[in-house]
Write a protein that binds this ligand. Structure first.
Ligand code: AMP
Ligand code: MG
Length: 434
């Protein structure tokens, strides 16, 4: 039986990164950038006013006061037609380019325009005077010099960045209307088990609600992927196979239940029948030992398909790959296997590095007797006080006890083997919520 790290290595070596796809910027949220991006312009592209006011020369303010001739008005979107000479000011709006010669903006709040002196010429220019009281204003005030944020050719984002709203805004600024990304994978979820009923149904004797589908779909979305729910298949091999065939259209297929050693654990046989190659079955892990992982590849190169008119057309050359996980039915086993293994596969597909789950170290608060040859994941509460991580284990009844995990924000990781842990011992902790 594989250890957890051996199983992770197998997944990483089997899962191939998606081929990069060119998408419109508006469709790129949640994808991973597949190219390095540089700026196509200086940002700001000109010396830019950051306030509405008067663009002037700093040397004109003596003892916090200036009386200047207003030579024109520039709004955002237009350009000044005159440089500002000594003794002159240009009325300017936020976002407009500063005229040559001006090196600061005095806000309107610190100005008094003398209307009696103003007269607008045919070119809409102004020839009034303005008095400025700007005691603390020096060169550079309320303006941003050209290229302060970015120079043309500067690196903006690196390949491997997951695109969130701020990255999309930044890419819009530099005109990246189309970009190469690894899109989020689509993941199908199939729950198996004769005992399962929908969440909205009152279970009859012997039945339980299908909680794994809801939980796994949420974990999928939380990991930045797209969930496709296939519902419930009973413990009948043909029924499971029919749903598997549907699920193999996705990038990843998750099955829950039916992977242990029971008489009705039909999932491994059904997957084999559908042409999925087994990579491993069972891992030295608690909870989550029964996990099954395999790869389905269909070479549809040179294939032909008929269109509605009966004409044969060559299909695009491609190999369809679907990575398949048979997750344990027990909810906490399913949950842990997702966070450890499925998330690793998602991150490998999307080019996120490192793809392996991250842990932090924390001081244990409890006494704990760890037994057995499997790596153990135990629900816990992780705190950080004055820079020190501490962790306390939560009372837990094992893999069927989902309710205890609600009180947890992390999973303490205990390596395989027997050992008595004491308060103060350092343990690894997998953080649930980032
Ligand atoms: P299995 O792996 O099919 O042997 O199931 C192990 C345990 O998990 C059994 O108690 C099942 O009833 C339970 N179980 C299986 N599937 C689900 C599910 N979708 N939601 C909640 N519990 C489940
Ligand atoms: Mg079952």
């Amino acid at each position: 039986m594989l250890t957890v790290s051996e199983a992770l290595e197998k997944i990483i070596s089997e899962v191939c990164i998606f081929a990069p796809r060119e998408v419109d910027l508006k469709d790129a949220l949640g994808s991973t950038l597949a190219e390095n991006v540089v700026s196509d312009l200086n940002n700001p592209p000109f010396n830019k006013a950051l306030m509405d006011g008067y663009a002037i020369r700093a040397e004109d303010i003596t003892e916090g006061f200036a009386r200047l001739k207003v030579i024109e008005e520039v709004a955002a979107g237009s350009v000044p037609s005159h440089p500002v000479q000594k003794g002159e000011a240009t009325r300017i709006m936020t976002g407009a380019p500063l005229p040559e010669g001006a090196d600061l903006v005095v806000p309107f709040e610190e100005s008094t325009y003398d209307e009696s002196t103003g007269q607008e010429s045919a070119e809409q220019e102004i020839a009034g005077t303005v008095e400025l009281k700007a005691s603390k204003r020096t060169a550079g005030s309320n303006m941003m010099p050209e290229a302060t944020v970015l120079k043309k050719g500067d690196a903006v984002l690196e390949a491997g960045t997951v695109l969130q709203f701020q990255e999309l805004g930044s890419l819009a600024e530099i005109g990246k209307a189309k970009l190469k990304v690894y899109p989020p994978p689509e993941i199908s979820v199939l729950a198996t088990g004769d005992e399962l009923v929908e969440v909205s149904v009152q279970p009859k004797a012997g039945q339980i609600r299908n909680s794994n589908e809801t939980m796994l779909a949420a974990q999928i979305e939380n990991a930045g992927a797209v969930a496709n729910r296939l519902g419930i298949a009973g413990d009948v091999q043909e029924e499971i196979e029919a749903k598997i065939i549907q699920g193999l259209q996705s990038d990843i297929l998750l099955l829950s239940g039916g992977v242990s050693a029971g008489k009705l654990d039909l999932v491994p046989a059904a997957l084999k029948k559908c042409g999925v190659r087994e990579v491993f079955h069972k891992v030295k892990l608690k909870p989550g030992k029964p996990i099954w992982f395999g790869v389905y590849q269909k070479d549809i190169k040179n294939g032909q398909k008929e269109n509605k008119q009966g004409q044969k057309k060559n299909k695009k050359e491609e190999i369809k790959t679907c990575y398949v996980f048979g997750l344990p039915g027990n909810p906490v086993g399913s949950m842990i296997c997702f966070e450890l293994f499925v998330k690793t596969a998602i991150q490998s597909l999307m080019g996120i590095t490192p793809p392996v789950p991250q842990t932090v170290q924390a001081k244990l608060e409890n006494e704990y007797a760890k037994r057995g040859d499997r790596e153990l994941y135990h629900p816990c509460s992780l705190k950080n006080e004055s820079g020190m991580n501490s962790v306390s284990l939560i009372r837990w009844q094992g893999s069927a006890d989902l309710q205890s995990t609600v009180k947890a924000n992390a999973m303490a990781v205990f390596p395989a083997g027997d050992r008595i842990y004491h308060p103060g011992d350092l343990v690894d902790v997998m953080v649930w919520h980032e």
